[in-house]
Design a binder for this molecule. Structure first.
Ligand code: FAD
Length: 429
């Protein structure tokens, strides 16, 4: 019997387990190792933080979904991966061995890299649903006692869409509460320009987002390197092209939410040949690690080099559709290996993003990620909000049922001209 272990039951790991079930021979055992037995839809966290969603609305019982698909769920979490021994040490001290391992452990949030940063200190977060619940309490305090706000993303961040999203969602929630006139808002970002998004812009995201920020009375600071978070201010240096400090800003804030830099989780960090210095898993075009050839990786934990040099470091975002393409390629490649064939599927790694603003939004498609691109499209409008709600509902539906891809989702993506798999290697042609 072939033993396949998927580590991490987030956006990438859950559908990884389901898609493997569809692709590998029925006799193979698929084990999903999670922390707890609940799946939580991360992209809805900004809505949870302003009370537009309850926690239960965005969570799914993984045990039931896994049972339905004949997948073993181990919910104690992993302590350490031992790829030389084909073994994962679990948090309760037991170990499981594998023939193939897929790492889908997502990001570790590097709040500790800046003084005063993160939940429990002087800023809030929407990266985890627990954080979003804490942020909601702070939001309610802000409505009761309005004051200045800072939203954004710090140096080394790669996830900029949710920062813009949260700024506009917060703006709408504060308008609905009739206190927006008493909340000066500043968007502080490490991006070299508004709308860069870690992708050197997509279509006219610069123009679209600058215009939206202006229309919503949100000021901005770009090329920002935050040096500390205080109780009532964010202190950030604005960096010139040559690395010198152009200005130091002490931006008043009684409510701060900034996206942190990501790094790989402790269970995989500092494993020679498996990870880069930030703890992200290095993979080839088939999602496979070069040194440990039975180890694959999908999702935010995968190492992707930055797009180019910027005055303040920014990373490349890994969005849901890109992750799904990694998952599809990985399932296909593991199935081929079990069948005695070489891996031949590549994910597209296209960036497709819907950023919701509560009553509108912007959408973009970058195909491929690195310019010049074949598709370099962005657009805005009320339809984006509806599409984001659709994405949430479809995704939760598919996790509940243990499906990797419902028909209509596939149809919609193909109508946009975006396929999940880029190529089948020449030996297949
Ligand atoms: P995650 O979904 O974070 O899953 C990782 C899982 O691994 C977690 O469940 C974690 O508990 C588990 N894990 C970690 N360590 C261990 C361990 N040692 N043992 C067991 N389990 C472990 N993308 C979009 O396309 N659209 C959006 O609208 C969007 N919104 C976003 C909003 C926010 C606030 C953020 C942070 C990201 C957003 N993204 C969005 C980007 C991306 O799609 C998400 O971050 C997505 O959740 C990443 O999937 P993942 O599987 O890589 O990581």
């Amino acid at each position: 019997m072939t033993d396949i272990v998927v580590l991490g039951a987030g956006l990438g790991g859950t559908i990884m387990a389901f898609e493997l079930r569809d692709q590998v021979p029925p006799g193979s055992r698929i084990t999903l190792v999670s922390k707890g037995s609940t799946y939580s839809f991360v992209p809805s966290n900004p809505w949870v933080a302003v009370g537009w969603r309850e926690r239960k609305d965005i969570e799914v019982d993984l045990q039931a979904a896994c049972e339905r698909r004949g997948i073993r769920l181990l919910s104690q979490g992993a302590e350490r991966v031992h790829p030389e021994e084909n073994r994962v040490l679990l948090a309760d001290g037991t170990s499981i061995s594998y023939d193939y391992l897929v790492l889908a452990t997502g990001p570790d949030l590097a709040f500790d890299e800046i003084p005063g940063f993160g939940p429990g200190q002087h800023s809030h977060s929407v990266c985890h649903v627990d954080h979003a619940m804490m942020t909601r309490e702070a939001f309610e305090r802000l409505v009761a006692n309005p004051g200045p706000v800072v939203i954004g993303a710090v140096q080394g961040a790669s996830c900029f869409g949710p920062a813009y999203e949260f700024a506009f969602i917060l703006d709408k929630a504060l308008r609905d509460a009739r206190v927006r006139d008493r909340v000066p808002m500043t968007f502080v970002t490490s991006e070299p320009y508004i709308g860069h998004l870690g992708l050197d812009g997509v279509g006219d995201t610069k123009g679209l987002l600058e215009s939206e920020l202006r229309n919503h009375h949100i000021k901005w600071i770009t090329n920002a390197r935050v040096t500390r978070f205080d109780e009532k201010a964010v202190v950030a240096e604005e960096i010139n092209e040559d690395g010198s400090v152009r200005a130091t800003h002490e931006v008043p804030s009684v409510f701060t939410m900034m996206l942190p830099a990501f790094r790989g989780v402790a269970a995989v960090r500092d494993i020679e040949g498996l990870t880069n210095p930030r703890g992200f898993i290095t993979v080839d075009k088939h999602q496979r690690n070069a040194r440990f050839q039975n180890v694959f990786a999908v999702g935010v934990g995968v190492a992707i080099p930055p797009m180019g040099k910027t005055p303040v470091p920014v990373g490349v975002p890994k969005t849901g559709f890109m992750i799904e393409s990694m998952v599809t390629a990985t399932a296909h490649n593991i199935a081929r290996l079990i069948d005695g064939k070489a891996p031949n599927a590549q994910g597209t790694w296209n960036a497709v993003c819907l950023a919701d603003f509560g009553d509108g939004g912007i959408a973009f498609v970058a195909q491929p990620q690195i310019p010049p691109r074949n598709v370099n499209w962005s657009s805005s409008g009320k339809w984006v909000h509806a599409a984001k709600v659709g994405f949430e509902k479809y995704f939760l539906y598919k996790v509940k049922l243990g499906k990797s891809e419902p028909f209509y989702e596939k149809l919609a993506l193909q109508a946009l001209g975006i396929d999940k798999l880029k190529a089948i290697a020449l030996d297949e042609a």
